[in-house]
Ligand binder design. Sequence first.
Ligand SMILES: NC(=O)c1ccc[n+]([C@@H]2O[C@H](COP(=O)([O-])OP(=O)(O)OC[C@H]3O[C@@H](n4cnc5c(N)ncnc54)[C@H](O)[C@@H]3O)[C@@H](O)[C@H]2O)c1
Length: 431
Amino acid sequence: MKLVIVGSGYVGLVTGACFAEFGYKTICVDTDEKRISNLNLGKCPFYEPGMDDLLLKHLNNTKLLSFSSSLKESMIDADIVFITVGTPSRRLEDDADLSYVWKVAEQISLNIKKYCLVVTKSTVPVGTTKHVKKIIEKKVIKENFDVVSNPEFLREGSAINDFIRPDRVVIGTENKKSENMMRELYRPLYLRETPLVSTSIETSEIIKYASNSFLATKVAFINEIADLCEAVGANVQDVSKAMGIDQRIGSKFLNAGPGYGGSCFPKDVKAFSSTAKKYNINLSIVNAVHQSNQERINNIATKIINNTNSNATLGLLGLSFKPNTDDIRESTSIKLALLLKNNGYTIKCYDPEAMENAKKEFSSFAYCETAIDACNKTDAIIIATEWNEFRALNFETIGKFVNDKKIFDLRNIYNGNELEKIGYKYYGTGK
Ligand SMILES: NC(=O)c1ccc[n+]([C@@H]2O[C@H](COP(=O)([O-])OP(=O)(O)OC[C@H]3O[C@@H](n4cnc5c(N)ncnc54)[C@H](O)[C@@H]3O)[C@@H](O)[C@H]2O)c1
């Protein structure tokens, strides 16, 4: 089987490299020519554990993976073409901007010469894959293609493992022929007994948004419980632990923190609700989750403002939206830093991987070489992203060169009692 992946971003490249790992000849295509020439040199455009090795292995050794900016050449003999372009929020709107998807669908339609599957792997609102079909039908006879929805559930930071050992694979198809091709494609996963959920195209599209919105709901829910815990002197970590042991609830996504961010949850929650509205369905829970998450970061900023002097210098640890990625899209850490900066604070920051991305967009923070440098001469330290290297900082030593011993632990990675014993004022989240 020959595969073509259109859009060589986080999802496209992980998909391409992992399908090569399964043994398929795979070409990743992108309109960004610089990105493609770097990829041909084995340079991955983002930080993702294990990606560099996987790219090099299949680019240079197995030669199963290649990169191209020409969709036309790439599509010769293609059996399956994946659409993995971005579907960001439309400017000032809640719904998804599908312009990249429509464009790719048109380009694909010009290059189908023999039967192939066109698969939407981008996260797309219900109805999109069928619309892709309509676009392609204008140029291609219907015997020569089928459309499929195959949403992606990988998480940045553990993307390769998530792709190779997924909890489930969802395929939405219209007929047995395309379902069988998709089953054949994912056959390497049967060995691991991965559930393959076969549905209609519409159901498959909804599964992705419902899953992300549900996870976002868990995050927003526990954050509100954290506020209550703080108000009454309870401990949200104990609440989460006891709730999570209940198998009906589960422990994942129940950690209180600064709210959800990243390239998926914020836009997907909004787009899900916006799509439902078009069908006169009010997803009131999803709307409330979005609202709650918006307020969350303002409340965290207020808590810091209320407990520090104005014009203070703050040491911000972590800029990426979560550990093990350099992705800063919709990062709560950056949002918080901007709110505090606007309130007169000086922000010194450090992140193990996301500094370059942050520097390109935000010039008003002081970027430091190490976590220790970011804490030097500060009036308070904020732990915003729970990178492993922030989990065992020597606060006894750090305490010797800060102006004030104050820590806002937004991710609850430290034991407040221990830090208070060495003279810190500790502000956990929900405890
Ligand atoms: N990032 C994640 O963790 C994740 C997880 C699951 C699903 N998704 C979904 O996957 C989709 C892609 O997300 P991403 O984070 O990989 O996006 P991204 O922005 O990292 O990558 C998109 C890529 O598509 C390229 N592109 C745009 N138009 C193109 C065209 N006409 N032809 C070829 N390439 C083109 C861009 O240059 C870019 O490199 C989105 O719908 C997203 O919601 C993302």
